[in-house]
Design a protein around this ligand. Sequence first.
Ligand SMILES: Cc1cc2nc3c(=O)[nH]c(=O)nc-3n(C[C@H](O)[C@H](O)[C@H](O)COP(=O)(O)OP(=O)(O)OC[C@H]3O[C@@H](n4cnc5c(N)ncnc54)[C@H](O)[C@@H]3O)c2cc1C
Length: 415
Amino acid sequence: MKHDVIVLGAGMVGISCALHLQRKGLSVAVLDRRAPGQETSFGNAGMIQRETIAPLEFPRDPAFLFSALWNRRVDVQYHPGAVLRSLKPLLGYWRNSAPARHRQISSEYETLIALSLETHTEFMRQAQAKHLIGGTGYVSVFRTERALHKAFKLADAHAARGVQHVKLTPTQLADMEPSLSIPCVGAVHWTDLLAINDPGALVQAYATLFERQGGQVQTGDAMTLRRSAGDTWQVQADDGSVLEGQRVVVALGPWSVELTARFGYAPPMFIKRGYHMHYAPLADRPLHHWIADAQNGYLICPMAQGLRLTTGAELADRDAAPTPRQLAQAEAIAQQVFPLGKRLDARPWVGARPCMPDMKAVFGAVPGQPAMWCNFGHGHQGFTLGPITGELLAALMTGAQPRVNVQPFAPTRFV
Ligand SMILES: Cc1cc2nc3c(=O)[nH]c(=O)nc-3n(C[C@H](O)[C@H](O)[C@H](O)COP(=O)(O)OP(=O)(O)OC[C@H]3O[C@@H](n4cnc5c(N)ncnc54)[C@H](O)[C@@H]3O)c2cc1C
């Protein structure tokens, strides 16, 4: 089976690349070992985060760092061995989080975030997937005056850059969410973003659109990729067939570098894991919005499968046994602020955010490999950024002019 392009990975990023390449008139096949949208793109908080115009930096506040050392915070925890193994990328992350450097990176990051909503909205329209929108905006709730003041200042700075919000008093919050009993001094309602009530289903809807338009989705192991004698790329599908492509795109999220390293390209990715659990909603105590308990670093999301509680960052090896301590801590706090029903999942879901030291995705031609392209490393916002980075990669691959400067995201920055 010969194609112009084989895309490896059917998460939000891979499927978005496939759709954009198809739009360019290319014949495209996608290969994944699972059905579309079953891994990181399934378990996230489902937010298309137009408001996140700056990527999450390594905190530099000494008080925060001291408290994080004890490894008991709800928002950040770590496995010491994993930190040692990822020391180099983490030091890079630290350096890139210095204020001047972070400002520069944020200005590059913002060029992508600014186009995230429109690229998703267009896909959703074509895929007839707007019913998956669970709400607009999310509400970030603050428990201390100091944190609220900082959040309001940030919100005003964002407003000057076109990101909308509403500042809420505790009474206004109580009117919006009567079942929430969080001891707070105020909240910010970011009104620009879209909250998706089943993130995996959105990827599946995009994949169905891709197939309806003639694309092929196959299951198989991407690690079987090889270069043929005839200078094409070949990969083995589970049904015994061989997919052959003139070009290949590596979009394997947190597994990407495992493959590219085999072909001589090993950029310094590190992993921030996150957990989720679903709880039965109580019929008489509805939750209408995605709620972030900002100072405790967890979210409660009213999703199709139930109330999904998602946790912050765990610096750990991607495949280490799950240690869902943050989930247990967050659950105990969340139970005090909102009535969660019984746990619905047999065990906590764990996923891996694929993070780069400069907080930016990596997309473009893979250095040193003819006809190999990549799109990965989207960290905390891959669900948001899949469609726009897919569009830009497709432009690069077809010699069109990308509509933003793609240089800051070039794979060559890690050579
Ligand atoms: C708790 C949590 C909350 C988050 N919340 C948000 C949010 O609200 N908004 C947001 O924008 N982002 C969020 N993120 C981040 C976001 O989920 C990721 O950045 C994004 O899903 C990455 O997408 P991807 O397509 O690169 O990777 P994935 O979705 O992981 O896709 C990679 C694919 O590669 C496949 N694969 C791997 N190895 C092989 C192989 N050998 N052969 C074949 N196939 C293979 C996998 O099966 C998978 O389908 C969150 C992440 C977490 C963990």
